[in-house]
Design a protein around this ligand. Sequence first.
Ligand code: NIG
Ligand code: FE
Length: 419
Amino acid sequence: MTRPLWIKHASQLATLLSTQKGPRTKEAMSELGIIEDGSLWIEDGIVKAVGTTEELEKQFSGRIPEAEIYDASGYLVTPGLVDPHTHVVYGGSREREFEMRLEGATYMEIMNAGGGIHATAQMTREATEEELIRQTTKRLDSFLEHGVTTVEGKSGYGMDLETEIKQLRVMKKLREQHPIDLVPTFMGAHAVPSEYKGREDEFVEYIIDEMLPIVAREKLAEFNDVFCEKGVYTPEQSERILEAGKRYGLTPKIHADEIEPYGGAELAAKVGAISAEHLLKASDEGVKMMAEAGVIACLLPATALYLREEAAKGRKMIDAGVPVAISTDCNPGSSPTTSMPLVMNLACISMRLTPAEALTAATYNAACAIQRVDKVGSLEVGKQADIVLWDVKDYRELQYLFGVNHVKAVWKKGVQVVN
Ligand code: NIG
Ligand code: FE
C-alpha cells in the first residue's frame, strides 16, 4: 500500500467535468469544470476525490497525517494531456527533406521520388528492435516532459509484414517499460511500397489477407488506419481495408483530405470511423456528415504549419457540431515534434479554437478518439491519476504565453514522473 497523495490549493483545477456524455461538441467543449483552490485525493493510482481544498480537508480529516501532501498553490492543475495520433516508432531522421521543402519541393514530390515515408520505411526496416526502443523511449520521455501521459502510436514505416509487426511489438514492449500508456494502431496502408508500384490493389489484398489476420491474432493493435489521399490509397481501397479491419475488431481511423479534397471525411462517416485525421481540405459536405455520424476530427495544426499549409478549419468544424481533438502527429517528415502545448497554442492561433476548447481537444476529446475516456482525459473519481501541474495560475495563460513549456510536475497513475 502506497501512501495517499493529496494535491491541494491549486489556483485552478481544470477537471474537464461536463454534463455532456461522449465526445464533447459545441458549447460543451468550453466546459472545463474549473474548481478554484482545487484539491485531489489519490490512492493506488486512482482519483478518490475531487473538490475544493476545504471540502477534501473535511472529507479526509482523519487521514491527513498518513498522506503525502503536495502544495499546488499558484499553479494550474489539469488532466495529463492525451496525444491521439502519432507515428512515434521510427528509425532515422529526415532533416535534408526539411531543407528541400524550404527550397521549394513539395511533400508529395519528395515522397514520389522515393523519399518521405519510403525513406523512413527503409531506415525502420534496417533498425533493430532494440534501436527502435531506444529512439522511441527518448521521444516518449519528451512527451512526458510536455505533460503528455497517453500516446497513440501507428505502425506504417514497414509496409512489409516483418517490419509492421516489429513496430507493433516495440510498442507492446514500451507499454511495459515506459510510464506512458501507448495505444497501438496498425497502419499498413501508410504508403504504397515501391515493390508494389502500379499493383496497388495487390498490396491492398496483401494487407487484408496476410497482415490484418496476424495483427489481430497477436492482439497487436486496436485501430486500423489508412492514408486515403490522391496518389496513395483511393477511398474505395481505403474502405476495403477499413471494413476488413472491422471484421477483426479493429476500429477505423483515416488520414483524410490532407493534401487534396478526396472524400476522406465522407468515407470516415460512411465506415463509422472513430476519428478522421488532418482534414485540411475536407469538404463542407464531409464535415456535415462527420457531425451527423459523430466522427471526431483529429486536427494536426503543427503539421499544417510545418508543411506551410493553411490549417484545418477547426473553428468551423466545432460550430458545425463536430467533436474536435488535436494531436502532434509526431513523425519524422511532416511534424517532428512532441510538444502538445505547442499544438494547443497553434489550435488557438491558426484554427481559432478558444483556450478552453484547445484544452478539451487535448484531453477529453483526445481520450475519446482512442477509446480511453473511461480511464483518462478528465479528473474524475475512479479515473487514473494522470495529472499535470503547470506553472501558470489561469488555464488561458497556457495558450496566451505561447511556445513555452509550462510543465512543473507530472504524475502518471499517481506516481510523480516529472518534477
Ligand atoms: O500524418 N500523411 C501521412 N503520414 C504522416 C507523415 C508521415 C511521414 O512523412 O513520415 C502524417 O503527416
Ligand atoms: Fe499521421
